[in-house]
Design a protein around this ligand. Structure first.
Ligand code: BES
Ligand code: MN
Ligand code: MN
Length: 463
């Protein structure tokens, strides 16, 4: 199968151009103004699966955006790999911070991507990484190198919580039956330090509303005499962490698993430069929970962050006013064993309990999901590890990520299979931010590595 690298070399221009076409469609699932574009993207994904050699390709309707399904079943005695990815993207705003328009992809070299990176919303998360699998499939079917059965399931609502995918999975257990789930929707440490993601954090996302007086008031006539919802909200939010940056919600840490010294020492072996980290973000210090390293804080520890806060007058100039209402959106990243519904309830009762007299508080839960950890002693992990060794020439490091793909734990519950997370993006690729990009080298390396996973997985399965 050594011809995969020459296949990539021969076809790389086309691979890049096809991805660029896909990136031009603004498939923003959060914004209903883009409904047509999201649906068009599903059609484009469907066409690409057909061209790559999939059969029974369908755009499956859901109560929301469709799921694109396709398969190639060659022998019931061989294992089946289920590939999952998403064709929807995050909203691109703030638009003025993009150096080129988010849906007009351009290739530019960067310090970390000397061979160029494709700049566009969705380049890395997840169109580029999802499309690597489509091109790997093309190679395998065109060259009689497909060693097992494959199913593709590409959804359009990952960035808004995957609610309808959950329904689809529960209703289609037989259709989706598989031996391993393969996803490229995470990252790796560096170009010369490949890694396999072995953990994802859970998530609870809530919105809070604090209401004071029944109307906006003159801040001179009423200031000091009534509760100001913005003052109150910010104080309530500040109280959610103590001086050691521990979260103060009672019961929040009850189910958090403390890692042993050995496992923490193992984690600490992953190459990491605090200096480079700070420099890349232009900060003079890191900040976080006492007693944990930066890599621990963003992977094995739960966190609470305000993602947005608003209220009162934010227009030009000054307006003297006490707003009637103040709002915030808050995410809590959770670790395995913390149940997201339970954490949402704990947050709600605590937040309501700390509200002072003079205001009312409303907590509205948004989406959420459980965390995930995958063991490294299974054939899926081993096959992935061997695949990276083959194409990177070095053994990948297992690493837990701070991000969330809530559907992964549901896959395990409903389909009974483990997920292998072969991510090829870098943390610095600016997913969800302005100027998202995906290295051309990473894209092509991903296409090259994936077929080896199929080969080794099939071999290990048959042993
Ligand atoms: N692909 C990301 C998650 C990710 C990125 C995990 C990098 C690990 C490394 C995914 O598209 C995402 O953005 N997930 C959301 C949660 C979702 C429910 C909106 C997240 O993590 O914020
Ligand atoms: Mn993603
Ligand atoms: Mn995302």
């Amino acid at each position: 199968m050594n011809d995969i690298s020459s296949y990539v070399q021969t076809h790389k221009e086309r691979f890049i151009n096809e991805l660029i076409e896909l990136l031009k469609i603004p498939s923003i699932s959060a914004d209903s103004a883009y409904k047509k574009d999201v649906l068009n993207t599903a059609e484009a994904v469907k066409d690409s699966l057909l061209k790559a050699g999939c059969e029974h390709v369908e755009v499956c309707e859901t109560a929301g955006y469709p799921i694109v399904y396709g398969e190639k079943m060659i022998d019931p005695n061989l294992p089946t790999v289920l590939v999952y990815g998403h064709y929807d993207v995050q909203p691109p705003d703030p638009l003025d911070l993009w150096h080129s328009p988010p849906f007009e992809p351009v290739i530019k070299a960067t310090e970390l991507h000397p061979d160029g990176a494709i700049f566009a919303r969705g380049a890395c998360d997840d169109k580029g990484q999802m499309y690597m699998h489509v091109k790997a499939m093309e190679f395998m079917t065109a060259n009689q190198e497909l060693p097992c059965n494959v199913k593709f399931m590409i959804e359009g609502e990952e960035e808004v919580g995957s609610e309808n995918l959950g329904v689809f999975v529960k209703a289609n257990q037989e259709k989706l039956k598989n031996d391993v789930i393969l996803i490229s929707d995470t990252g790796m440490i560096a170009r010369d330090v490949p890694s396999i993601t072995t953990g994802l954090r859970g998530l609870s996302y809530v919105e809070v509303e604090v209401t004071g007086p029944n109307r906006d008031l003159h801040s001179g006539l009423y200031g000091g005499a009534v509760a100001n919802p913005i003052n109150v909200l910010t104080k309530m939010i500040a109280s959610l962490h103590d001086e050691n940056k521990h979260i103060t919600i009672p019961g929040f840490y009850d189910k958090v698993e403390e890692l042993g010294a050995e496992e923490r020492a193992e984690m600490a072996k992953a190459p990491f430069s605090l200096e480079a980290y700070q420099k890349a973000l232009d900060i003079d210090a890191v900040y976080g929970e006492e007693g944990y390293t930066t890599n621990e804080r963003n992977s094995i520890r739960p966190t609470l962050d305000v993602n947005g806060i608003w209220g009162g007058y934010t227009g030009e100039g000054a307006k003297t006013v006490i707003a009637s209402k103040a709002y915030a959106k808050i995410s809590m990243r959770l670790v395995p064993h913390q149940d997201w519904n339970e954490i949402t309830d704990l947050f709600k009762s605590h937040f309501e309990s700390i509200a002072p007299a003079g205001v009312t508080v409303k907590v509205t839960p948004h989406h959420g999901g459980q965390g995930y950890v995958t063991p490294i002693n299974n054939i899926g992990y081993q096959a992935a590890s061997k695949a990276y060794e083959q194409t990177f020439g070095t053994t990948p490091i297992p690493q837990r990520s701070g991000g969330s793909i809530p559907i992964v734990s549901l896959f395990e519950e409903e389909l009974g299979s483990k997920t292998i997370l072969m991510g090829f993006g870098l943390d610095s690729d600016a997913i969800h931010s302005p100027n998202e990009h995906f290295g051309v080298w990473n894209y092509l390396k991903g296409i090259e590595t994936i077929p080896w996973f199929y080969k080794y997985f099939t071999e290990l399965y048959q042993q």
